[in-house]
Design a protein around this ligand. Sequence first.
Ligand code: DON
Length: 598
Amino acid sequence: MYRIQASDLAEIVLKKKLFVAPVILAGAAWLLAATPFARYLPGDPAIPARVPAVFPAGWRFPAGRQATFARHAIVASNNQLAAEVGVQVMKQGGNAVDGAVATGFALAVAYPEAGNLGGGGYMVIRMADGRTDAIDYRETAPLAATRDMYVGANGKLNGESLIGPKASGVPGSVAGMVEAQRKYGALPLAKVMAPAIRLAAEGFVVDSAFFSSLSQGRHRIDGFPGKTVFFPNGAPPAIGSRLVQPQLAATLKSIAASGSRAFYHGAIADSIVAEMQRSGGLITKQDLTRYQPVWRQPIRSTYRGYTLLSMPPSSSGGATITEMMNILEAYGQAAPFGSAERIHALASASQRAFIDRNSKLGDPAFVKVPLGTLTSKAYAKAIAKTISRDHADATTRLASGLREGNETTHYSVVDGLGNAVATTTTLNDLYGSGVYVAGAGFFLNDEMDDFTSQPGTPNMYGLIQGAANAIAPGKRMLSAMSPTIVLDPRGNLLLVTGARGGPRIISATSQIILNVIDHRMSLADAMSAPRIHHQSLPDSIRVETGGVDRSVIARLTAMGHQVYELSGIASAASIMRVKGGYEGMDDPRSRGGGAVGY
Ligand code: DON
């Protein structure tokens, strides 16, 4: 844990030509070290001093917490073991990409509700020398997929996009992680994967978070071969016992030895296809052998002088965050945190950005995405003009053609050189489709539900999407995953962030960034602050229970907003550069995660 040094304080005092007795200095240093603001003294003029946050009286997370500090390198993740693995690999000479990939493989072992080999994800990279990159390893629709495959004879959705073998897209995670590591990693793949292999072969201790996650996912897992692994005696392994996954260890070993060929061409591919044939799924050997991750340039945008590097389509995350933040910038100065004016501005900007997201975005290999327009300042300026200061607009009035009708994990990594990686990966729902590849030891995703299964009908997250995101063979389904890196006005790394939570990812990620830039919160306050969400349809603001004052809800209602409470909005894992190093934090809404560094 970092403590401000008396010498740091002396420097500040001397600069201001103040001379005080050393005993007062020591006392002041002690006092400052005891507050979360000690690390935010203006040592760097590009990062203004933090301002203590004030949250509503009924809010469950206190302001003023301290995040984890590390001088050199840090990983923040929803899973503590995986974060430890990332740090271990960086201590062995790995860089942030090695650390991220090591964390990713460890998540597939120790956090199978979302960490995966059978899903997909996105990674945004910024190397300390200024290079930026992004890799899209989103799943693709199998070649046998058809536009209306989830619409039953009665014209209604048949539920097969949600659970079971037809819900799975072709997995991208292994190809994406191996490729990112090949291009940017400093260590051999086998060394990066060794800790995950060990976790699978030697096991890890089941904690209460994992136990309750399995209990929650039981209805999904029970119908498929994972049942014997995760419910060995009809119940999850006892808290404190060791879960060993030998099949998964063998799978990881063969990936470590032969790269992604092992997964897409070899025995693992055969196991996936056998599972599909056994249970009636669509993924074939041809689907697997033709899968390719795609390198893309991050969307580079600005917000009040800060730079955002975010994920372009096939994720909607970067485009939607950029559009929303551009609208907010054009709308004017930020009103105080938690005020009706601020929530109205956030919700109205989000509503408008989501209208574009839901109607215009899709896989750029299949549809023409007007990315230049959607992310331009001029477009945002015109949209900001449509937001009234004192009343809400109905989504149906703003968008013609849209009719009204959860599990992922994010991790952030920074290494000792300042290289930074933001990664979000998912199986979609908790334990994906529930289908577990017998013999190979992992779950397959239910990502097909992120497509527009039927125009006008909401998906699992209540999203009503358009034809741009219709199902087509080989196409990537639109995502909301938003791994994002923020640079300060001098171009130095400031924040690495992202979240889980379906479309609410976009709200959580952007609000953490806004809390840091507009409300000058510390990282811990920015992460703990209550969040709001507006995804255009349903046409309402979702707020976290206790997170908005009653009087503010009354004002929003008087403006014409419908306001509903939700228990939690997404779960993030973030890193922020501070004086002398980095702070990292897993979301207080999540269980079992943490930030680890040295
Ligand atoms: O890609 C997406 O947008 C969704 N499949 C993400 C799902 C998710 O975040 C669920 N987590 N709680």
